[in-house]
Design a protein around this ligand. Structure first.
Ligand code: HEC
Length: 275
């Protein structure tokens, strides 16, 4: 072994380098992430998930949902929107300025229902300029920030996902393949009832769905003296035989609670949006 020391050094550098890249650098960047406050508010974000939802996170993991679903919304940029909040004492002058800067004011007569978004898709400079003109004419405006990007356009979220969104997740289930939609904001799109129907029979609520049903998270049982209050209200083609009912197991309830808790709608300093 003439080159023993050299080989040892090369292996050490290769392994040490990757450890620094994959463990040390992320830890330095994100290891200190802590609760933050919601923009223009004194509320903290995030608050932990309710207990049932935390247990549901393990059911999500056990059933391999992250194989087909991601929990990370990406954003490519922002645009500004100008929102008219008050026409002041000279609505005619404000209307004229609005027409001058390209707002379509035809068939809009005062009083307009306010607040009203009058311009969208602007850069910060354009929004500032428009806002300046309207304010000079006596109106009041607010400039709102909206996120843009393919994920946002698909309706998967209002803003990009940031480190704080995952503060209480152990493990974080980002996922890497999107056979189904991103779920970072799934709780804002559907309630727990819908989730249960969808888990038992995806096609019952989503026509042509290719998601596999998770029947074993439910119990099909004979209706006792009275039907269970938790029994699923399925459309006839998915309902069990007469005299039987489909009741979610505790795991299904926990999973539905977890899915309902997936909400990333709070505007943050690192991901500002209009509330
Ligand atoms: C084989 C891939 C696959 C697996 C595994 C899978 N899904 Fe899906 N999922 C899909 C597809 C495809 C859709 C889109 C069609 C639909 O809405 O049913 C979807 C849709 C969804 C939706 C609706 C999203 C929305 O907002 O439209 C939810 C919620 C969901 N899945 C949750 C789950 C959960 C929870 C699990 C684990 C128990 C899971 N999925 C496992 C493929 C999968």
């Amino acid at each position: 072994m003439k080159n023993g020391a050299l080989i040892f050094l090369a292996v050490f550098v290769a392994l040490g380098g990757s450890w620094c890249g994959f463990v040390l650098a992320p830890e330095l960047q994100l290891g200190g992430a802590k609760q933050t406050t919601i923009l223009n508010s004194s509320d903290v974000y995030p608050v932990g998930r309710p207990g049932e939802a935390t247990q549901g996170s393990s059911v999500y993991r056990a059933n391999g949902c992250a194989v087909c679903h991601t929990e990370q919304v990406r954003q490519t940029g922002i645009t500004c929107e100008v929102v008219l909040t008050d026409a002041g004492k000279t609505p005619a002058a404000v209307t004229k300025v609005c027409v001058d800067i390209g707002v379509n004011m035809t068939d809009r007569t005062w009083p307009l229902p306010l607040p009203k978004t009058i311009l969208t898709g602007l850069t910060k400079e354009e929004a500032d300029a428009a806002s300046g003109k309207i304010t000079t004419a006596g109106g009041k405006v607010e400039i709102h920030i909206a996120a843009t990007g393919p994920d946002i356009a698909r309706g998967w979220g209002m803003r990009q996902s940031v480190a704080e969104d995952y503060l209480y997740d152990q493990p974080v289930q980002l996922g890497s393949l999107r056979a189904g939609p991103d779920l970072a904001n799934a709780g804002a799109r559907a309630d727990a009832n819908w989730q249960l129907l969808h888990l038992y029979a995806p096609k019952s609520v989503m026509k042509g769905s290719t998601m596999p049903p998770f029947r074993y998270l439910f119990e099909v049982r004979k209706i006792g003296r009275e039907p269970s209050p938790d029994a699923l209200k399925l459309p006839p083609e998915f309902a069990p035989h007469a005299g039987y009912e489909v009741v979610p197991t505790p795991e299904a309830m926990e999973l539905a609670a977890y899915l309902s808790s997936l909400r990333a709608t709070a505007p943050l300093y690192s991901a500002p949006i209009a509330p």
